[in-house]
Design a protein around this ligand. Structure first.
Ligand SMILES: Nc1ncnc2c1ncn2[C@@H]1O[C@H](COP(=O)(O)OP(=O)(O)OP(=O)(O)O)[C@@H](O)[C@H]1O
Ligand SMILES: [Mg+2]
Length: 217
């Protein structure tokens, strides 16, 4: 099973938004999808509860990273972590996934926190290419702002790939209200967002996002 975890040191950077949209994308492609919510806040499970019965199915579960065992089934598992997971807990989270996605907001506070977190992931989490791949993405971007330009420079300097930027858009709010992803809104309404997601989806479909041990050849 393909295992993707969304995590970040800061609250409110878009972990649940990215997790639920990814889940809806894979479900809309006909893949079996598990959406795992590790956050007691339950945003991903609330989203799933609002999802219409006729929408492509997503299997949801609340879990605790200490006791969680990934199901041995086909498909994809999207995991939504709580904010600020450090130390031993971080180590356990890292072991659960093949691919870690770190969303970052265009804000100096978030950038500094992310720089430290990436360091912690490499040292404490012992992330290495054999077992885990990590990427960052910018979220809630307003492209022609100075703070976004500085975020872009910052993300390019990190030692891990910067795979996508997602604009700040009401489409995410509208989709979330309905238990849907932007992939399930009318295409003419989300054209600009779909284009931005394609970079992330292409990276996730590529070997670059798979640890060396998980690759087929
Ligand atoms: N690209 C975006 N455009 C507009 N709004 C967004 C975008 N991404 C996230 N949001 C909004 O920002 C808020 C925080 O997002 P979200 O809940 O996904 O963050 P989180 O990292 O999961 O937060 P927490 O750490 O509390 O779990 C939500 O109201 C969400 O709808
Ligand atoms: Mg969340």
């Amino acid at each position: 099973m393909r295992r993707i975890l969304i995590l970040n040191p800061k609250g409110g950077c878009g972990k649940s938004t990215i997790a639920t949209n990814l889940a809806s994308y894979y479900a809309s492609q006909g893949m079996p999808v598990h959406l795992v919510d590790f956050d007691a806040q339950g945003s991903s499970m609330d989203w799933l509860a609002a999802r219409p019965a006729e929408a492509p199915a997503i299997q949801g579960l609340f879990a605790d990273e200490e006791t969680f065992l990934a199901p041995h089934t086909k498909g994809v598992m999207i995991m939504d972590a709580p904010a600020g997971v450090h130390g031993k807990r971080l180590k356990r989270y890292v072991k659960l996934a093949q691919t870690l996605l770190i969303p970052v907001l265009p804000s100096p506070i978030d950038m500094r926190a992310t720089a430290k977190y990436v360091e912690e992931l490499l040292l404490v989490g012992r992330v290495n290419k054999e077992r885990t791949r990590v990427a960052v993405l910018a979220n809630r971007v307003r492209e022609h702002t100075l703070v976004y330009q500085s975020l872009e420079r910052f993300l390019q300097q990190l030692q891990i790939p910067f795979v996508a930027h997602l604009r700040d858009s009401q489409n995410y709010i509208r989709a979330a209200e309905q238990g849907a992803g932007i992939f399930e809104l009318p295409p003419s309404q989300v054209e600009a967002d779909l284009e931005q997601w394609q970079h992330l989806l292409d990276w996730l479909a590529s070997e670059q996002s798979m640890p060396l041990k998980g690759r087929k050849n």
